[in-house]
Design a protein around this ligand. Sequence first.
Ligand code: MN
Ligand code: MN
Length: 471
Amino acid sequence: MAETKTAGQKLKDELLMNDKNGWEGMSDNEKKTINKFCDGYIKFLNDCKTEREAVREAMAQAEKAGFKPLNKCKSLKAGDKVYSINREKNIILAVIGSENMEKGLNVVGAHIDSPRLDLKPNPLYEDSSFAYLKTHYYGGIKKYQWVTIPLAIHGVVALKDGSVVEIKVGDEDDDMTFVITDLLPHMARKQMEKKLSEGIEGEDLNLLIGSIPYDDEKVSEKVKLNIMKILNDKYGIVEKDFISAELEIVPAFNAKSLGFDRSMVAGYGQDDRVCAYTSLKAIMELDAPKKTAICILVDKEEIGSVGNTGMEAKAFETFVGELLRLTKQDSDINVVNRVFSNSRMLSADVDGAFDPLYASVAERRNASFFGFGVGLNKYTGARGKSGANDANAEFVADLRKLFDSNKVRFQISELGKVDEGGGGTIAYILANKGMDVIDCGTPVLSMHSPYEVTSKFDVYMSYKAYKVFMK
Ligand code: MN
Ligand code: MN
């Protein structure tokens, strides 16, 4: 006998928020779909630990899906799929819509750089029969998290003859790895009394890379010389070549399913490659949209979106200008401005999920939770919304309607308590051009750490959100 609801229960259903965990009541088939999607995501995380690797992988996948390089196109028509790469670290993809671009674009933008340690331009030195590489950290890290974990070296060395040497070493299972050492507890009395932020200092994040001296009585710095000889034999480089290199120290361990129920993903660089992967998948599955759809995968978000591969650069305007020219649409400055002011964007970036171990910094009613879907941050900023893009209510209402009618589970999110948290994304940069923008991304635990955690349900809902938005 079905129980009938009381008047109060009915009223509560009607008037109050009553979201439940997305895994509840899910069919086995749906679980399979989500797991399969995340297998591809985990592979992407393992293949792409730097922005250059992410650009290359995105390009390879896009080409398979029929995208063509924009600079090879003589003209464009509705349904055409194109991409453009900016200095190997930023890729923009588009599917041309049937409607005139002046009526606006649907844009999803994520970033593919992640916090890490970069090598200094003169990194190699020897001390006490050890060889080390000196680093300068990139983005907001907690330094103590980067010692005593296996690390890999990924990146490029550009040579004077114009060639570029690829280096990717330290994360193959049956090969060597690298590490930054820490003090043993027996001798760490003074270190342990320091503040957490000062326990490990930036200048001490030196990567241990060797300890055998070169066998010659007559030379000094024998260990350093021996390492340089190994590098010269393998890569053909000399010490001075480090000056024109971009070598990044990233965690050597691989991403995996997390938990006995395999409901989560643990891995490095999920901020923001989770939104990069999901938005890339979404645009690749798009066919003949009404509005031109654009997916931006951008560099340098973690250090303020600056520089010629960051969101502040003109690469995106140039790209839009080229689309207008190749679709034979007017591209004078007034038209470009109208394109932007009629456009809408999801700033696809992660948010800090509620962590019960650190509940005191969160505000439960406005935090995002694992298993409740993609997070919508109406505004970011810090302490009084300073520096925030605050999405317009009308735009948020449209998104609610779009997501609800397409069974995209979403939740609202804010980064910590009012006086506690705060942060920024690329949202304000596109909003400043006149677009309607909202932050919309996957909740993450241990953000900016070497091993971040996401919920597979939320990852899948992020993908669905980006897909219905661009459709
Ligand atoms: Mn981010
Ligand atoms: Mn970040």
